[in-house]
Design a protein around this ligand. Sequence first.
Ligand code: FDP
Length: 343
Amino acid sequence: MTQNSWTPPDTSRVGATLETFILEGMFTAPGASGTFSSLLNQIALAAKLITARVRSAGLADVLGLTGAENVQGESVQKLDVIANETLIASLRRRGHCAGVASEELVDPVFFDQARGGYLVVTDPLDGSSNIDVDISIGTIFGILRFDRKAGPPTLQHFLRPGREMAAAGYVIYGSSTVLVLTTGQGVHAFTWDPSAGEFFLSHENIRCPAVGKMYSINEGNCGRWTEGVRSWATWIKDTDKSDGRPYSHRYVGSLVADAHRTLLKGGIFVYPADTKSPNGKLRLLYEANPMAFIFEAAGGKALAGKQRVLDVEPTELHQRVPLVIGSAQDVDNYERIVNGIDV
Ligand code: FDP
């Protein structure tokens, strides 16, 4: 008999299924009860179902427009509707979610029979304009605690600053489907293995690099930017080997894809306020807040104009904000240059 020379890795959990990770309490949020795990499982279930629809979209006649417009005045894609319905149906099932605010719905939906515990904010299928051309799209979500003892949930319960979230995450439907999740303590990514039918932990304790090499912004909007944003966009393209400039430009135009790359490789993503979108384009509650929560938990930074995204006090469900997320040093440099301070 030969001696077994293999020793199991000690602390790494890479390879664990999402279910095991959740069951072992790895996502226990401060003050969370056991129902939290159940809620995460329901989100993972929705991610699996949406993955299946996205992967077969070209074959199953679900590409294209429905002919309707959503609350933002944008054309609604059939897959937008499917993702929205799938997520809401999944969240309703176990009774731990008392309501959902979605990009696709003017008002939140409330689940009267729910015992409560949590509220969910979501963009069920972000990057819709990329659906028909097979570019990565995603689901973004944030989870807020909700105490039913305080009465039934209302719109007001959703209008809380992002720092109060219990958890946030996104699912990217890219070359593989990856679910990124955090309760504010450690950001972890799980990759979907379709042959096994499981999400496996693939990136444990993601840290956004302190500085990157790529910047991401819709350069076509430069004529609408403020002088400050233009100065930064010029600076980042100038040559200075001492700090790695010029940066490379990458812009997918799908927030989940641009954010995922920035989280893993570092750099900066910017969607500023401009003359066309004076408040920015991206939505505070279900786009900016979850991304900011994830970036901060990974050591990065997130700004909405001059303030931290997570400190913005929401006044409307579908409120828009300017958004800057990325490596701490890259966001600091952006802030200084836009405000006229030398780097
Ligand atoms: P989309 O309109 O395709 O849904 O959420 C809005 C969003 O995509 C983001 O995913 C993306 O980052 C941004 O808009 C792209 O906007 P521009 O086309 O104006 O660059």
